[in-house]
Write a protein that binds this ligand. Structure first.
Ligand code: SF4
Ligand code: SF4
Length: 340
């Protein structure tokens, strides 16, 4: 099923979708694009490159309450932490969609599954957006991701740059339900198609074949001694990354009332591996940088068969000292012998 929404009707579409639950869109906040809940008057940025922070928080929020407790006299009351409502995530780029697949393996393809993640995933309809103007930091093609296709999305959207119209193609039953809307808003595509057939992203001369295998036995490689030196330990790289999935669990409250929640954590912080007795197996930024990059380039591929990076470019854009995964791959010998 293919439908077209003309540019002048997009605000009506946003209102229509927001009326059915929570609508998340890439929205401009000053010079920054954030993937966030849409409210009337927001400036939607469908033609922007990826949002500053990944949309992984649709399923894996920065903070999430597991349960609340309250004592009323001798009675202890427990309640579930979260209320779930239907969500439409509109405008997810193909790299971020691929990252959802990587998080699914960690949170769903396990026993037991992560129930909060599962429930958020189930209530969300994902509308992917084909890229047509990747910025110089995007390198998803290195990982075999096609920037104009989105297998796994409920709907794929193509934006026509000249007219601003959107073509929406349903790929699942959920997607078809979304497109069975008001005929005056969503018109039949009648054989039209939008968007370039081919979009190329940067490759930075990277060579990934054999890299994960090659990293085995390089735990003490001198490359780590040089690589980590500029790192500030700020953790930005892990917060913006769509494939980082570590969290911490904490309790907040007192003996009469409180809650247990989880929040994002980062392997770039000293306290991440600090044990109760004071021992820290990753005492310096060298061990932490090594963990971050080996996890993505060796450990995850050993378990799941592919590198845990989708080339979204966020760590390249955000690291204050330009210590990103491209620099790491090159330092570890993953660069082709090319003239640049
Ligand atoms: S690699 Fe860069 S972004 Fe990551 S913790 Fe170090 S300085 Fe911060
Ligand atoms: S490591 Fe960097 S480029 Fe790769 S997915 Fe994470 S933020 Fe994006």
């Amino acid at each position: 099923m293919k439908k077209i929404v003309t540019a002048d009707k997009l605000p009506v579409l946003w209102s229509h979708l927001a009326g059915q639950g929570k609508l998340l869109l890439p929205v401009k906040e000053g010079p920054t694009v954030l993937f966030k809940e849409w409210t009337a008057g927001d400036e939607v940025a469908l033609d922007a490159p990826t949002s500053a922070i990944s949309p992984k928080d649709i399923f894996f929020p920065r903070e999430e309450t597991y349960m609340r407790y309250r004592c009323r006299g001798p009675v202890l009351e427990l309640s579930a932490g979260e209320e779930f409502e239907p969500v439409t995530a509109f405008g997810v780029h193909p790299c971020d969609l691929k990252a959802f697949e990587m998080l699914d393996r960690v949170y769903l393809d396990q026993d037991p599954v992560d129930e909060l993640y599962r429930d958020r995933r189930a209530r969300t309809t994902v509308v992917a957006l084909a890229c047509f103007a990747p910025d110089p930091f995007c390198f998803c093609s290195v990982f075999g991701i096609d920037p104009v296709s989105a297998p796994g999305a409920d709907v794929i959207a193509h934006l026509d740059r000249q007219s601003g119209n959107l073509m929406l193609e349903a790929q699942t039953v959920k997607g078809e339900a979304l497109l069975k809307g008001d005929a005056s808003l969503l018109t039949e595509a009648n054989g039209q198609s939008y968007g370039p057939a081919l979009v190329k992203t940067a490759d930075f001369g990277l060579k990934l074949s054999g890299l994960s295998e090659n990293l085995k036995g390089r735990f003490e490689d001198p490359a780590w001694d040089k690589l980590y030196k500029s790192c500030l330990g700020c953790g930005v790289c892990t917060y913006v990354c769509p494939t980082c999935y570590c969290f911490d669990v904490e309790d907040y409250g007192h003996e009469m009332a409180g809650e247990r929640f989880r929040c994002w954590d980062s392997c770039m912080y000293g306290q991440f591996t600090l044990m109760a007795g004071g021992h820290n197996p990753r005492p310096s930024r060298k061990e932490r940088i090594r963990q971050r990059f080996l996890h993505k380039l060796q450990y995850y591929p050993e378990t799941y068969g592919e590198i845990a990076c989708v080339g979204c470019g966020r760590c390249l854009r955000s690291c204050p000292v330009n210590l990103d995964i491209v620099q790491a791959i090159i330092a570890l010998g993953g660069e082709q012998n090319v003239q640049r």
